[in-house]
Ligand binder design. Structure first.
Ligand code: HEM
Length: 419
């Protein structure tokens, strides 16, 4: 049998716990052509350049690899809005991208709605406090199920105006819609299940849009469903897709940031102690985590619209590109000692949130959630210890994080008590 390529090794679930040696290998050739004619880009400067290059398209319907994988039909792409729906601005190019992003951002952040994210800080702290309180007397907890998942899902539901309790309904559909491969099922059945789940999700979001339009509240969906703004209102189909994008992108990734963060801290006890002593460290630490253990490992399905000369290679017009963010983040040409976790680096510009016109829309929200969750994790849990290292991982190679992170603790301190 032929030796697996480096890329095949990266995709192999057996290497999910530590793909970094393979990324190091990959960076030796900054731009690699795969046998299927698509290209991988793995060094920081080249990824950053392509993220800002207007000759690189995010329109998934133009992408040959996406068509081959059946992803275009489901709208599946880098941030996971795989739900068989009208494309969102994530999968559009300017000028449409910019217009729909602006219409959405109008209700999410400055200058029109500066308080939406900042105004949730206290509520986030309250949610985390309750989640950590619930760990008292348990002995063993699961960081994923008990903290990293419930925080972002509760926050994004409250922000959008999704009623509490509905999470149980959409979680199942999201799991199915995002599943790219289930070895137990034939591809046709899988595709059918994904399309079905996509339909359920759309119907669920359309119902929410309708109810919020009839009786608007102080939430993002109500604002988007009723406000005509200077650029008009989004068509309903678009609004439904965007609502789902925010709902899904708004938590699938943040879960990984918090669980990767907790795992990294437990592997670096001195840094855990520093965070306990100085909670202000959480701000640069979360940036370092986005570099060192990013939740999104790569952006697939970009398309070259023209021949692009880069790092001595010509990527031909029409080729599919994958930007390997996690490899670029550890590029020694960009950052010194890239394999070390140094929370107070001041030069930790990273690719964790992508870059260019598609730079993550929800970054301010994700940062705040992770800062609050990891601070309470450090200051309130007594003597936290990993049960197994590495923990089990979710199968996805691009939205990478533990599926469970069991830890043992001796107890839980009240907020503000010394640890
Ligand atoms: C740690 C958490 C997160 C990470 C690592 C992350 C990562 C990313 C990345 C890498 C992109 C670029 C995708 C591309 O260029 O194709 C992106 C885009 C996006 N993210 Fe996030 N994200 C996170 C949290 C969130 C949250 C909380 C929200 C929503 C509230 C969100 C909404 C979006 C949207 C809407 C886009 C598309 C932006 C555009 O196309 O203009 N993300 N995210």
């Amino acid at each position: 049998m032929a030796q697996p390529t480096i890329w095949e090794q990266i995709l192999d679930t057996a290497n999910r716990a530590n793909p970094y040696p393979y990324y190091e290998e990959l960076r030796k050739t900054p731009v690699t052509r795969l046998p299927d004619g698509s290209y991988l880009v793995s060094t920081y400067a080249e990824i950053a350049a392509l993220l800002h290059d207007p000759r690189v398209s995010s329109d998934i319907t133009r992408n040959p690899a996406a068509a081959a994988a059946g992803a275009a039909a489901t709208g599946e792409d880098g941030d996971g809005d795989g739900a068989g729906m009208t494309p969102t601005f994530l999968s559009m190019d300017p000028p449409d991208h910019d217009k729909f992003r602006r219409i959405t951002m109008r209700h999410f952040g400055p200058p029109t709605t500066p308080g939406r994210v900042a105004g949730m800080e206290e509520r986030m702290a309250e949610i985390v406090t309750d989640l950590v309180d619930d760990m008292a007397d348990r002995g063993r907890i699961d960081v994923v199920d008990d903290l990293a998942y419930p925080l972002p899902v509760t926050v994004i539901c409250e922000l959008l105006g999704v009623p509490p309790g509905d999470e149980q309904r959409f979680r199942v559909w999201v799991d199915v819609a995002l599943q790219s491969t289930d070895p137990g099922l034939d591809p046709e059945t899988q595709q059918k299940k994904r399309v079905e789940a996509g339909k359920e999700l759309r119907a669920f979001m359309q119902e929410l849009v309708d109810t919020h339009r009839r009786a608007p509240g102080n939430d993002l969906l109500s604002a988007m469903a009723t406000d005509d703004g200077p650029e008009g209102r989004m068509p309903d189909e678009q609004l439904v897709s965007t609502g789902l994008l925010l709902l899904i992108a708004g938590h699938e990734t943040t879960v990984n940031l918090i669980s990767n963060g907790a795992l990294t801290l437990l592997r670096h006890p001195a840094e855990l102690q520093r965070l306990r002593d100085d909670p202000g460290l959480a701000i640069p630490m979360v940036e370092e985590l986005l570099r060192y253990e990013p939740p999104v490992h790569f952006i697939p399905f970009r398309t070259a619209l023209d021949d692009i000369e880069i790092a001595g290679t010509t990527i031909p017009a029409g080729a599919s590109l994958t930007l390997v963010l996690a490899a670029g983040n550890r590029d020694p040409a960009h950052v010194t000692d890239p394999g070390l976790f140094i929370p107070d680096r001041r030069n930790n510009q990273h690719l964790g949130f992508g870059g260019g016109v598609h730079l993550c829309f929800g970054a301010p929200l994700a940062r705040l959630e992770a800062q609050i969750a990891l601070t309470q994790f450090a200051t309130r849990l007594e003597n936290p210890r990993l049960v197994s290292d590495p923990p089990p991982y979710r199968p996805s190679p691009f939205l990478r994080g533990p599926s469970h992170l069991p830890i043992d603790i001796d107890g839980v301190l009240a907020p503000g008590q010394e640890n």
